[in-house]
Structure formats: structure tokens, C-alpha cells
Design a protein around this ligand. Structure first.
Ligand code: SME
Length: 169
């Protein structure tokens, strides 16, 4: 059983604890889907005011829904489309205070008001993106962006492989 109690006075400490927990949870486990599922759960539990937390994977140049917490979401997002597709195409994090003001925002859940998307890169390859949505406008700031970038760097190597059994049947 995993019982990570993440509680912190400030965001810097919160993300330190989150990164440590994500590191411990994914260490030694090569299966990307299992690791994304556990990290999505961790983020969902640790970060307040979220209505969606999860991953889109880069499958042959298209973003495909990965493990997440929250409502059922759009399955495929082309690079360059919406907040996630923009992060994938530019390899730059997208911090969106008001999703209604973002051209081409894809409204998977009408509750979403602000969004943070961080690209996950391993060995110069885009593995996918981490996507956080909040029902609160301007929920995310640069501390969230920096914290999620650090998290993405830690977990990237553990999200790069899918267990062979699921490919070979
Ligand atoms: N809003 C995103 C789509 C994904 S959902 O938020 C889960 C976007 O514009 O890329």
C-alpha cells in the first residue's frame, strides 16, 4: 500500500514533496502506463482545486489520452491544437489563466477555467504532456509551472516505455 501524505505550507514545499513521492512511486517500474496512472492519482490527491489531472501520450505525432483523474476527456488531440497540442508542438509549458481567452482551447470539461500543460521530454523525444485543469480562473502560477517542470524531468525516463506484454499480447 502506498500512503503518501503530502501537506505543505507553501507551494515550493508542496512540489518538493510531490516530486519525492512521484520519484519513489515510479522508481524501478518500467511500465509507462502504470507510472502515469500513479502520478495522475498523486497529483489529484495533492493539488487543490483541480477538475482534471493526467497525461496525453505522443503516439506517432498525435496526442492520445493517457491515464488521468477527472471526467472522461477528448481522446485524440492533433499537435498545434488547443492547450495540450500547443505544448506538444512548441515543447513549451502553457500556463493559461483563462481558457476562454486561449485561441482553440478544447473544452473537454466545461468546468475547466484555467489550465497548465507541461511537455514531457526524454532523450530529445516528446513522450507526451502533463495536463492539469482547474475550475478556478488563474489557479496556476509560475510556481506550479516550475514544480510541474521539475516533476516532468523526474518522471520522463519512467514514462518512456510500455511493458512488452501489452504490445506483444
Ligand atoms: N483543454 C485541453 C484538452 C484536454 S482536457 O482539458 C482534459 C486543451 O485545450 O488542449
Amino acid at each position: 500500500m502506498f500512503d503518501f501524505r503530502i501537506a505543505a505550507e507553501d507551494k515550493a514545499e508542496l512540489y518538493r514533496q510531490l516530486c519525492d513521492a512521484a520519484d519513489a512511486l515510479t522508481a524501478g517500474e518500467p511500465d509507462a502506463i502504470a507510472n502515469m496512472a500513479n502520478v495522475a492519482s498523486l497529483l489529484w490527491e495533492a493539488l487543490p482545486d483541480l477538475n482534471w489531472a493526467g497525461f496525453y501520450r505522443n503516439i506517432d505525432g498525435e496526442l492520445v489520452l493517457g491515464p488521468f483523474q477527472g471526467r472522461a476527456a477528448c481522446i485524440r488531440i492533433p499537435f498545434g491544437k488547443g492547450v495540450c497540442g500547443t505544448a506538444a508542438a512548441t515543447l513549451e509549458p502553457q500556463l493559461v489563466e483563462d481558457v476562454d481567452a486561449f485561441p482553440g482551447h478544447i473544452a473537454c470539461d466545461s468546468a475547466s477555467a484555467s489550465e497548465l500543460v507541461v511537455p514531457i521530454v526524454h532523450e530529445d523525444r516528446l513522450i507526451g504532456v502533463l495536463d492539469l485543469d482547474s475550475p478556478r480562473r488563474a489557479r496556476f502560477d509560475t510556481e506550479d509551472k516550475d514544480g510541474c517542470l521539475k516533476l516532468a524531468r523526474i518522471i520522463a525516463p519512467r514514462l518512456a516505455e510500455v511493458a512488452k506484454a501489452s504490445v506483444d499480447g
